[in-house]
Design a protein around this ligand. Structure first.
Ligand code: IFM
Length: 721
């Protein structure tokens, strides 16, 4: 078994935000940032709740962070020792991402000698309401020790505070904190039981937003004293009961069952690469994150763009989920993929409202989707660095491609699982209404034979309000075609319900409308030199380099897009756009066209979004260039391992984990390097491994069966297990 350990062996205050992301632990119900036990909101300490949102005052709605039951520090001979304030003698922070266990070991030099604090904790994968922690103190001299541990309700928020009411209490050895949100009065309840392994009296200090126990003891030199804590987080939004008796639970037993659950997950999801330990480490680290945030067994939830690492991007769900993450779940835990799609199906009402709001038809999904499909994206989604004023952006109203992403995700699910029954669980409505939406976007000039889509923001967000973005138009055509295919299937398989659907949508008329739309929509074609124009007029923009555009910035945090952004008048783009289209519809294009467009667009791309590198990597694989693909793949797989990712868009903080990049890396590994494709209901494998990879093996779920894929240079085998 490979060791999956991430560690930092010294303390660096500057790494606190980054460590919060890369040392994240989670179980899909919440994510615990990789901060240390003594940290507070100043150090971006957060337990981010999946699917719970709140608006404080006029600020942006965002996901809610729970009161923190990990809060613990130590006092030696009357003096508090805590990072980042007291410089340590040594420090180590570790994530065992095989088992989802976070630990730290810190030594401080005190007046009488050396004191050592160790802590191990995990977000239980087997009981998703629970967190368990073991905190140990020792000193190499005799001293008075006080361990202070409790629930800190004064949580870190970007646009908070969200708890307008907070109650702390203590009863029968259990501490309780309940926070109630302002907008919808959602209660987030935290309670904890603590067991010391030494004799002591505990004193409980109950403050307005924090409740702490104080354990005092006199230590013997080099003897370890530990407390074990089991904490439970629930909310009034839960659709299932948490009924653990937390006082009776034993840390070691909980840890054992938690590890067993992780093993079950790894048993299907691990990727082995022979000849490249660095790549194997990075891809499995990516998979770790995807596993930590999967909403297993939870209804009405999906995965936010920054996972469960905090409130960045308002904790909202983007096209990231269906375009970049869902493939991994379809082929490892299809029930999770279904949960993600059900979230879209069940939030269609929000999408209908949004379409209506813009005078359009059908379903226009939220660009930043919160609970119930509520659109979290504002018209002013970036703050100008020079004036501090909100800047008008058009992500909310013009990124039409989001609805197509939902249909694309659904189609991948159906092809990968063979599960058409989802159509009868609301998906057919979603598909038809997404198609209606694109139909309502079509325009035709009196003297032109085709339909166009104008005033759009494509995946490349630096160019707003453009006409005939190649990606958007091609995706619209895809939606029309898929809607025709799925309506036919639905009519055949679900005859009784087809009547109901027919009444609602007039299927004959809908089909005619879809055919007309698909046949007549304008699709950007390669020019004479083979290059496809990203949108009308793109080639007329200043042709310059990413470096030149960067050199024009007056402030490093300045936003490159929007009406006056430095990239807006140039051919420099934020992220894969044509490249995304080519890799998704590669059967429409020759390898030569793909190659030419790769080289034209790649060096004009800033890769300012973590969604970009993986799309280019996939395209490079499809052109047979595994070595070029390799560096882009590594960039994607290491998005959270590499320091210095993009943290600002204007004055808006955008740091956090990057599950779409991680999911994208998985797609490159499996569909790109391993060359997995499905044709006529069968999996085939046409590997193209990077130079140093001698082999690769992994498992894949496909249509209810588990397969082992084994590749050794030149040879590939797919066997049902
Ligand atoms: O969805 C992406 C978008 O494409 C680029 N900006 C960040 C979003 C969230 O990841």
């Amino acid at each position: 078994m490979t060791e999956f350990i991430l560690s930092e062996n010294e303390f660096n205050k500057e790494n606190i935000p980054w460590n919060g992301n890369r040392f994240l632990t989670g179980n899909g119900y919440f994510g615990i940032r990789g901060t240390l036990e003594e940290y507070t909101k100043e150090n971006m300490c957060a337990i981010n709740m999946a699917g719970i949102y709140d608006r404080a005052g006029d600020a942006w709605r965002e996901s809610v962070n729970a009161p923190n039951p990990l809060y613990t520090y130590v006092i030696i001979n009357g003096r508090k020792y805590a990072l980042p304030h007291n410089k340590p003698l040594s420090h180590m922070q570790t994530l065992d991402f095989r088992n989802g266990v976070h630990s730290r070991r810190t030594e401080w030099l005190a007046e009488g000698g050396i004191i050592t604090v160790k802590c191990e904790r995990f977000a239980s994968m087997s009981r998703r309401h629970l967190i368990a922690m073991k905190y140990t103190v020792s000193a190499d001299f005799e001293c008075d020790v006080e361990i202070v541990t409790g629930i800190d309700g004064d949580v870190w928020d970007i646009n908070g505070p969200h708890f307008v009411k907070m109650q702390t209490s203590y009863k029968n050895n259990v501490c309780y904190v309940t926070g109630v949100t302002g907008e919808k009065s959602i209660a987030v309840n935290v309670r904890e039981a603590v067991k010391p392994d030494f004799n002591t009296d505990e004193t409980v200090i109950n403050e307005e937003r924090c409740i702490c126990r104080h354990f005092s003891l006199k230590t013997k030199p080099n003897v370890e004293y530990s407390i074990e804590k089991i904490a439970e987080i629930t909310s009034s939004e839960d659709d299932f009961e948490a009924n653990d008796n937390i006082e009776r639970l034993v840390y070691s037993e909980l840890k054992a069952e938690h590890i067993t659950e992780w093993e079950r997950i790894w048993n299907v999801s691990e990727i082995t690469i022979d000849g490249d330990d660095e790549a194997m480490y990075a891809i499995n680290y990516s998979i770790y994150h995807l596993n930590s945030i999967a909403p297993r067994g939870q209804k009405g939830k999906s995965i936010p763009a920054r996972g469960l690492s905090g409130q960045v991007y308002k904790g909202a769900v983007f096209w990231d989920t269906e375009m970049f993450m869902i493939d991994y779940y379809i082929h490892t835990e299809p029930e999770v993929a279904k949960t993600l799609l059900k979230y879209r199906i069940e939030t269609i009402e929000g999408a209908r409202q949004k379409a209506k709001e813009y005078g359009l038809k059908g379903a226009y999904y939220a660009w930043e989707s919160q609970e119930g499909g509520y659109e979290g994206c504002s018209d002013y989604n970036v703050t100008d660095v020079f004036t501090g004023r909100p800047m008008r952006t058009h992500f909310r109203d013009k990124q039409y491609h989001v609805s197509a992403a939902v249909v694309y995700g659904l189609m991948k699910y159906i092809r990968g699982t063979g599960d058409y029954s989802i159509l009868n669980e609301g998906a057919i409505e979603t598909v038809i209404e997404c198609a209606q939406f694109y139909r309502s976007l079509l325009l035709r000039y009196a003297d032109k034979p085709y339909y166009e889509i104008h005033d759009v923001v494509g995946p490349d967000e630096y160019h707003e309000r453009v006409n005939n973005n190649a990606y958007t138009n091609r995706m619209a055509k895809f939606v029309f075609d898929i809607a025709i295919e799925l309506i036919e299937k639905f009519e055949k398989e679900y005859t009784e319900d087809a009547e109901r659907i027919d009444k609602k949508y007039d299927l004959a008329k809908t089909r005619t409308m879809l055919r007309d739309s698909s046949e007549n929509i304008f699709i950007q074609q390669p020019h004479e030199d083979g290059i496809i124009e990203q949108f009308n007029g793109y080639f007329d923009l200043e042709d310059t380099t990413v470096e030149t555009v960067r050199s024009r910035l007056l402030n490093p945090k300045e936003y490159w897009g929007g009406a006056y952004g430095v990239a807006a008048g140039t051919q420099v783009i934020k992220q894969a756009d044509i490249a995304a289209m080519l890799s998704m519809f590669r059967n429409d294009y020759s390898v030569e066209i793909m190659k030419k467009n790769f080289s034209y667009y790649e060096h004009r791309t800033e890769h300012g979004s973590s969604l970009s590198a993986c799309m280019y990597a996939l395209l490079a694989c499809y052109t047979g260039d595994a070595d070029t693909a390799y560096s882009l793949f590594m960039k994607s797989a290491k998005a959270d391992l590499t320091k210095g990712g993009k943290e600002w868009a204007g004055l808006v903080y955008i740091g956090g984990t990057h599950p779409a990049s991680e999911g994208g890396a998985w797609i490159v590994a499996v569909n790109g390097f391993a060359g997995i494709e499905e044709t006529d209901g069968k999996l085939i494998c046409r590997p193209l491994l990077p130079e140093k990879w001698k082999g690769m093996s992994f498992k894949l779920m496909y249509r209810n069966k588990l397969y082992a894929v084994d590749i050794k240079k030149g040879k590939a085998a797919i066997n049902e297990i």
